[in-house]
Design a protein around this ligand. Structure first.
Ligand SMILES: [Zn+2]
Length: 177
């Protein structure tokens, strides 16, 4: 558990107040369900990354799919498949980043710890990694390998630097995954 558990206070009530203020000036009601730029972004859930701000995107322009690490899991493929087949997207951007939480744990120790504590070893992969660049390559390769994503001509992957705010592109010939 996190060391700050003792001082934790839930946020939801305050956030609901924020939402009421947000809705006062709301003018997104004209937006369509199909992303205007025909773009899907798959990124890490890291709290320091605002996908819209990082890429200068506006509401209604792209699908944003996020999980721990921005890993291409079966559920991400499910979302991308829907995104392409029903909502018309044709381009995929992958957004991993430096100092990712998944670089601080290892698959084996994480699973052993959980099994010792609660008696059940997770049946899913943690997908930890040590090099975010190599992990972007792994993700690009998984996208090319799956049959459920049919539009693969425009797939690019990046590592977001949490120190500078800049993106660094990762390409297939950069490094072995
Ligand atoms: Zn991360």
């Amino acid at each position: 558990m996190s060391p700050s558990d003792n001082s934790f206070a839930p946020n939801t009530d305050e956030l609901l107040e924020n939402n009421r203020r947000y809705a006062v000036g709301f003018d997104d009601s004209h937006l369509e369900v199909n992303p205007k730029r025909q773009l899907a972004v798959v990124g890490c859930m890291d709290s320091r990354m605002d996908t819209f701000e990082i890429l200068g995107l506006r509401h209604g322009e792209a699908h944003i799919i996020r999980n721990a690490g921005g890993v291409i899991t079966d559920d991400v493929i499910r979302s991308l498949c829907l995104s392409q087949r029903f909502l018309g997207t044709r381009e995929i951007i992958l957004l991993h980043h430096t100092d990712c939480g998944l670089m601080r744990v290892t698959e084996d120790s994480f699973k052993a710890e959980l099994e010792a504590e609660i008696g059940i070893k997770p049946w899913w992969a943690l997908e930890s990694f040590s090099d975010p660049h190599a992990d972007v390559l792994q993700s690009i390769r998984r996208l090319h390998a799956t049959p459920f994503i049919t539009h693969k001509q425009h797939i690019r992957g990046f590592v977001y630097n949490v120190e500078t705010g800049l993106l660094e592109e990762v390409e297939e010939n950069d490094k072995a995954g």
